[in-house]
Design a binder for this molecule. Sequence first.
Ligand SMILES: *[C@@H]1O[C@H](CO)[C@@H](O)[C@H](O)[C@H]1NC(C)=O
Length: 435
Amino acid sequence: MIGRGLLAVGLLTASTSATVYFKENFDEKWESRWVVPSKWKAAEEIGEWAHTAGEWFGDAADKGIKTSQDARFYGLSAKLAKPFSNEGKDLVLQYVVKHEQRLDCGGAYIKLLGPELDQASFGGDTPYQIMFGPDVCGSTKRTHVIFNYPEAKGEEKNLLIKTDVPTRTDQLSHLYTLHIMAANNSFNVLIDGESVREGPLEESWDFRPPKTIPDPEQSKPADWVDEEMMADPADVKPEGYDDIPATLPDSEAVQPEDWDEEEDGVWEAPMVDNPDYKGPWSPKMIPNPDFKGAWEHPHIPNPEYSPDPKLHARATEVTAVGFELWQVKSGTMFDDIILTDSLEEATEYAKETFWKKQEGEKAMFEKAEEERVEKEKAEREEMKKKAEENGEPFEEGDSPFSVSDMEITEDEDEDDEDWEDEEEEEDENSFTMEL
Ligand SMILES: *[C@@H]1O[C@H](CO)[C@@H](O)[C@H](O)[C@H]1NC(C)=O
């Protein structure tokens, strides 16, 4: 009896012993906790972080940080109270990203950094353990999930996920969550609480050598028939086929009256296409009865392969989090960062922050969009009127705003490739936005 009682208590404690290693909601004192690198780039190349709720928000008093200058590098890092190693533990990294500017090219990812970090010189070359979050440039739009894996076979130790994970590029806040599960070495990436990619870590990154290799003892038999189709032996070239000329002298042409044979030479009719000419002969193709299908190289277990039971332990010794970004057009906001070993903890934090603000932000954004569209319409009308008064033609292109700027919703954006790499159609549908 006593034994059972103790066990129950033990389980209870296990489920409530979540640790939060880092949490940041960017209150008024945020600058005392974060360091902008002074030795990474020349001062004029470094962009300034604004402390603001943004242009649309759910709570004016709840601010985040925002990139505020175009074509700049942005650096920022903050230390954890105590280091985090996730061996034998889950890892949950979650934060909120909002691209207010209609992001064209820029990063918005976060990095987990180790003890070698010097905050003053933190930048793109600083080693990291995990890099997670949106990265957009032109048609390349993805949510990076990169793990440093010192045991990787190749030169490159920072491993990208093999199939790109989609991202969101609209102008509203989105919650990005990376969950690494220790119990079964698997992962889940969620956007706004919905999974966009999950599975075993081993299969989604090239951590380990492949489990099987083509059997070097076997090769394609010499008599293997590769050709699926063959020329029909019953189809022979008709008699006289090659005698049909491609062109003929034009029978309707007549020698001009003023033709002078002495000066112009003997008159010849111009050549025209021969309607009977069918091109070079080729036999009809029929299925090859000897075709056995493509030869498949038999696989054998790879002697170089071994599993890594600690694949999940990608945070070896995280001591800081940081942003190290390049943005062509500024206006990306970050807020509500949490690093913990418990998904419940992160979900709870999102409830208190992201989800509370979402409705208000969306309503405010929609209102701002309506006003913007109205204003643009009025300005276009004004331009058109002026053009007419001056007797000049007015074209849509003369508008101060491009057509794509006028599109309000993501759905209407035909170039939108956000979900191109999505494997499952249902996922795509479930993320269709109705703004
Ligand atoms: C790993 O375990 C979690 C929690 O039990 C489960 O939701 C997930 O599907 C598992 N992943 C794999 C790849 O088995």
